[in-house]
Design a protein around this ligand. Structure first.
Ligand SMILES: [Zn+2]
Length: 1134
């Protein structure tokens, strides 16, 4: 990067060489005593030389294109506020206005021959302007103490702008009450190194009043002009040089033009030369950098805390910062922020780098870095160090407040876009790309221009070259996240009308607001801005809300506040607005219109849906939990619509059917498991998030609602019903008097309430729950659930009347009609209950409950009646007896179901009960003759028990580092599994077949696993493995690369790390992990493991995972082992 390392000094040298060329050309200053002063309405005619009668001087010199941004006069030391073409009053005696390029900065109003000129024809110090007046025909007067300058604008709008901006600038200068720049010295401030006096300027033969100021030389016609603040031009002395040329003359060479002056005496000449050299020295000192960077007004306030006149900068992050903030930036390390002084680190400040800072400026940089800073988190110059540190770390390490690039998250697209933006030279876009993840070192695929930096060089994009150079090694520690994606909103629809509003707050409105708290507002929504006015005719709104700043729209339940219909808007900036009205139509229209204005076009469907809340959230899913993305979400009832990143339409999630919903305490996420996929929605302590969590919990189903608001299974049956019926099917079909016998009331009550709270969390187990308690629990649920199974008392009457029909076939067809008219969840629930009763009565021989006995119990239960009406029982008996016909169930299907149930029951009966013991052959070290010991195993026997029994009998003293363990070894499949020390051995004994046996041996894995898991807390692991699957007995395909993710709860296998949905997803606890892979499968390496997943007791899956090294295998095994046993791996080590 030699080109970029060119320091200021080198540049100066080059320019000086250039000047020598200029000098040798001996180009005289073209002094053109033209035109305009006469018409200044000036009475001032006291010129020292007649050739300057006209009062202005034309020093022809246009600036080279590459050096300065056009439109920004080089000579301006303070920010340019306004530029443009204006007509200057015609010179005396003519009528033709002269077009002039006019610029205004905080110090001077200047005009130039044209926009390319370096030297102004005239400048007027802002401090001397007394007033600015609009006069006729788009003209305006700039009035100073002694003179009035007349300008004419193209139209009255432009004139208005100039007048307004001039007045404001004067005002600001007055209110500042101080001069901010040394150059203002010439308007009467700083007088460092000043020298003034008349000098003859070569080529003009006329004397000018010259003022050598701090870092510039000002040219005036005479001293009087100087005192009035009206001059010709100023010469920037940076990159200048002074040389004596003869006893009285000397030349001032600037990078643009040489000037020759003649003094009265040699002594005077020497004084002038000395003064000018000192001036050049000052301007070459690092002040130049400060002032050059401050040319951009926003660079005069610290990008982080707003402190004035910051003289430090982060050269890679492109922000100008104060000394205090610079200290914090330093502490982040060079790889995050390269801190340089604007005064002391001269070498780094190449002209390109200065231009990068001038072009971007703190305002534009902060458009990116601080697009979304909550007011509560902003810092001030007076903020303490801790606040400062937090803010700066959050801003630049976590990059929490940044503006997200639309390609965020798509590495390839980001890189491509970077290459493109470097070509086009778009600095802000490049910055946004780089700090949103585009790789500065990415490969372009083109050997001639292999990376973005080369592209910049190739296309001559000096500024980008500079920017990229400083970011070649920039790193961003900390969590990446997505706070905000500015959406392209759906077509904005203008809308207006009356709403009632409460003054905005920063906390969610929890208390009821009466009508008196609201004020009537005339509201409009147009072009993405919502405004509210005191009245319809008012010109100025009381306030406005940008729709892009709305992160959540909440529709309150009817009557939550004094107005029947109310809704709330949550702004990203933290404000919350509550609106209301009594007219449902108008409120509904507003809600829909606002929703349309905030969601992206892909989510427009959400806006017209009857949501309770809609807004954006951040989420993570699948294998990359550290990179949250933005999504759009709408919630209503039990439905959640989600528009995930990169998808083109919202998908619908039935919250009732979630496998899991976990609302963690703030600031934790809400975790949803839907159809095997895990979605984590993050709250970030936002005010609207508790509402989301609550809405999701309500939608996910609670036991106190009607059937269709319960947690549901995939077949629309409430989980409560499904769990209980399943338990009875497994354990209660042969229990005499099942459903007739009473359970223990307190247990039934407790079980029902825990099921109602969260049915999915309740595991019914044989040891813990008694069949009669469970039977009575489901009965009580069905009897008390709101609206019942028949969807209300009214709807249940036709069912009861049906029994009066004498013909069976007519009754069946009537039941079919009624069934079809039930809502889906009711239909499914009734079907599940009747199917269950049908199965129960199939085992009537054992349980003594035939269809009639069951219907006596279930008639009043299902109809929620007291039992006096016998028809309820008759309906149930009909339904059970004609189950197949009424529910249109295939006879074969029913037969298979009953067979399966019988099979399960028999299998259970054959299995040992709690008292069972068995004798199991266990081998010591290897399976061979003589190594087998017969050990008695009961249900309570753990692996540790077996190990110590065997070692004791063989007289082996166990050393701690031996980690003697019990292994389940499968010789045929070349795999083995060390039993956890607390694992029960009995089930393992019963599972043994001819290929498997138990072996007690030293556990070589344990030592490495214990070493590697030392200090682990919340571990997850992901990475590539070679994967092969086996279902049943046949291996499917061969090994291929997959991305494997193990979390605290699950194992997920993805095709690639970028895949949205896992190919495999199962609960970690349902897995058995073996070391080794069947050799017949020809695994690609010898470091493999076999994962056995038993699904629904019947289906067994085997997954083979192969690693690239022994260490990798150990890591995976350790992760599985650690998570499955919650870190308790070996006695006394957890
Ligand atoms: Zn600061």
């Amino acid at each position: 990067m030699p080109a970029l390392k060119v320091g200021l000094q080198k540049l100066v040298d080059q320019l000086r060489a250039l000047q020598k060329c200029f000098m040798s050309m001996e180009e005289p200053v073209n002094m053109n005593n033209s035109e305009d002063a006469d018409s200044d309405l000036s009475t001032h005619r006291n010129r020292s030389r007649s050739s300057f009668d006209e009062g202005s001087l034309y020093i022809s010199c246009t600036r080279p294109h590459s050096l300065v941004d056009p439109g920004k006069p080089y000579s301006s030391h303070s920010p340019v506020i306004k530029t443009g073409w204006l007509d200057k009053t015609p010179p005396k005696g003519t009528l033709i206005f002269q077009k002039r390029w006019v610029t205004l900065d905080a110090e001077f109003l200047r005009y130039y021959q044209n926009e390319k000129e370096v030297f102004s024809k005239r400048f007027i110090a802002v401090s001397t302007i007394a007033d600015v007046l609009s006069v006729g025909e788009q003209k305006f007067e700039v009035v100073t103490k002694n003179r009035t300058f007349l300008f004419r604008a193209e139209n009255s709008a432009v004139r208005g702008e100039w007048v307004a901006v001039l007045k404001e600038t004067i005002q600001q200068l007055c209110s500042n009450g101080k001069t901010r720049s040394p150059s203002l010295s010439d308007a009467g401030g700083d007088s460092r190194g000043e020298k003034q006096g008349y000098l003859e300027m070569n080529g003009s033969r006329s004397k000018l009043f010259i003022v050598v100021s701090a870092d510039r030389v000002f040219l005036y016609l005479n001293s009087e002009d100087r005192s009035q603040g009206i001059g010709i031009t100023s010469i920037d002395m940076n990159m200048g040089s002074v040389k004596s040329t003869d006893p009285r003359a000397f030349s001032l060479n600037t990078c643009y033009k040489p000037f020759s002056f003649v003094a009265e005496t040699t002594q005077q000449r020497d004084e002038w030369v000395e003064a000018m050299q000192a001036c050049i020295g000052r301007s070459l000192s690092s002040d130049t950098v400060v002032w050059s960077v401050w040319v951009e007004e926003s660079n005069r306030r610290c990008a982080d805390c707003g402190a004035e006149d910051p003289d430090w900068a982060s050269v890679n992050l492109c922000v100008v910062i104060c000394k205090c903030c610079a200290g914090v930036h330093r502490s982040l390390g060079q790889s995050v922020s390269k801190v340089r002084s604007l005064r002391m680190d001269e070498k780094v400040w190449t002209d390109s780098l200065v231009q990068v800072f001038v072009q971007l400026g703190n305002d534009r940089s902060n458009l990116f870095w601080a697009s979304n800073v909550p007011p509560s988190e902003t810092i001030r110059p007076s903020s303490n160090n801790e606040e400062r540190q937090n803010f700066i770390k959050t801003k630049y390490c976590q990059r929490k407040y940044r503006q997200y690039h639309r390609l965020f998250g798509c590495q390839e697209d980001l890189n491509k876009a970077l290459c493109k933006s470097v070509q086009t030279g778009d600095l802000l876009e490049t910055m946004s790309l780089v700090f949103c993840g585009a790789d500065v070192n990415c490969s372009t695929g083109d050997p001639d221009v292999p990376n973005p930096l080369c592209i910049a060089q190739n296309y001559g994009r000096k500024l980008l070259e500079e920017f990229l150079f400083h970011n070649l090694n920039t790193e961003f520690p900390g969590v990446q996240d997505v706070e905000r994606v500015i959406p392209q909103v759906a077509v904005p629809i203008p809308h207006a009308g009356i709403l009632f509003k409460i003054g905005s707050t920063t906390r969610a409105v929890t208390e009821r607001k009466g009508k008196g708290d609201f004020s009537q507002r005339w509201c409009t929504l147009d072009k993405g801005v919502f405004k509210y006015f005191d009245g319809e005719k008012r010109a100025h709104p009381c306030g406005e809300i940008k729709m892009s700043d709305v992160q959540c729209l909440v529709v309150n339940p009817l009557g939550k506040h004094g107005y029947l219909h109310t809704f709330e808007l949550y702004q990203i900036s933290g404000r919350i607005h509550l609106f209301g009205a009594d007219t449902p139509d108008s409120v509904q229209q507003w809600i829909e219109t606002i929703a349309k204005a905030i969601v992206p076009p892909e989510a427009e469907g959400m806006a017209s849906w009857s949501f309770e809340r809609v807004g954006r959230l951040r989420y993570t899913e699948g294998p990359n939990p550290h990179c949250p993305r933005a999504c759009w979400v709408a919630a209503g009832g039990s439905t959640l619509l989600v528009l995930l990143h990169g998808t083109d339409r919202p998908e619908s999630i039935d919250l009732r059917k979630l496998q899991e919903l976990c609302v963690q305490p703030e600031p934790g996420p809400v975790v949803l498991v839907d159809r095997g996929r895990t979605l984590r929605l993050e709250g970030d302590r936002r005010a609207d998030f508790p509402g989301w969590a609550n809405s999701l919990q309500q939608g996910a189903g609670r036991g106190d609602g009607p059937l269709d608001q319960q947690q549901l299974t995939g077949t629309d049956v409430p989980v409560i019903v499904d769990r209980c019926l399943g338990f009875i099917t497994q354990y209660g079909l042969k229990s005499e008097g099942i459903y007739r016998k009473a359970g223990v009331q307190s247990k039934v009550t407790a079980l029902l309430s825990s099921l109602c709270l969260d049915a999915r969390r309740v595991q019914l187990t044989e040891g813990e729950h008694k069949v009669d308690d469970v039977a009575n629990t489901v009965k009580r649920f069905l009897r008390s659930v709101r609206e019942g199974v028949f969807d209300g008392e009214q709807a249940s009457l036709p069912w009861l009347r049906t029994v009066a029909l004498s013909e069976t076939s007519r009754r069946i067809s009537q039941y079919q009609t009624l069934l079809a008219s039930l809502p889906p969840v009711h239909q499914a629930t009734l079907g599940a209950v009747i199917n269950h009763l049908y199965c129960v009565q199939c085992f009537a021989e054992e349980n003594k409950m035939d269809a009639h006995s069951l219907s006596i119990v279930f008639g009043p239960t299902l109809f929620q009646a007291d039992g006096t009406d016998k028809s309820a029982g008759q309906v149930v008996e009909d339904l059970v007896q004609h189950y197949q016909a009424i529910f249109d169930v295939d006879a074969e299907h029913v037969k298979r179901q009953i067979e399966m149930i019988s099979h399960i029951i028999t299998a259970k009966e054959d299995r040992p009960d709690e008292e069972t013991r068995t004798i199991c052959g266990i081998y010591l070290e290897v399976k061979e003759e003589g190594s087998e010991l017969l050990v008695q195993v009961s249900q309570k026997t753990t692996a540790t028990d077996v190990v110590s029994e065997v070692l004791r009998r063989r007289n082996i003293s166990s050393q701690p580092e031996d980690y003697w363990s019990c292994f389940l070894v499968n010789d045929k499949d070349d795999m083995e599994r060390p039993l956890h020390y607390q694992e029960q051995v009995l089930p393992v004994c019963f599972s043994l077949d001819k290929d498997c046996h138990l072996v007690i041996k030293k556990n070589d894995y344990m030592k490495t696993i214990l070493t590697c898991t030392d200090g682990w807390v919340n571990v997850t692991r992901n990475g590539h493995v070679q994967f092969c699957e086996e279902k049943g007995q046949r291996a499917k395909g061969s090994f291929s690369k997959r991305y494997c993710v193990v979390t605290a709860t699950s194992l997920e296998i993805y095709k690639t790390p970028k895949s949205n949905h896992p190919e495999k997803d199962c609960h970690l606890q349902a897995l058995k992990v073996y070391c080794g892979i069947r050799k017949k499968l020809q695994p690609p390496s010898s470091w493999g493991m076999t994962v056995v997943w038993t699904q629904d007791q019947h289906e067994m899956h085997r997954w083979y995972l192969c690693c690239e090294s022994d260490q990798e295998l150990t890591d995976w095994l350790a992760t599985f082992f650690f998570l499955q046993h919650h870190g308790d791996l070996w006695p006394g080590t957890s």
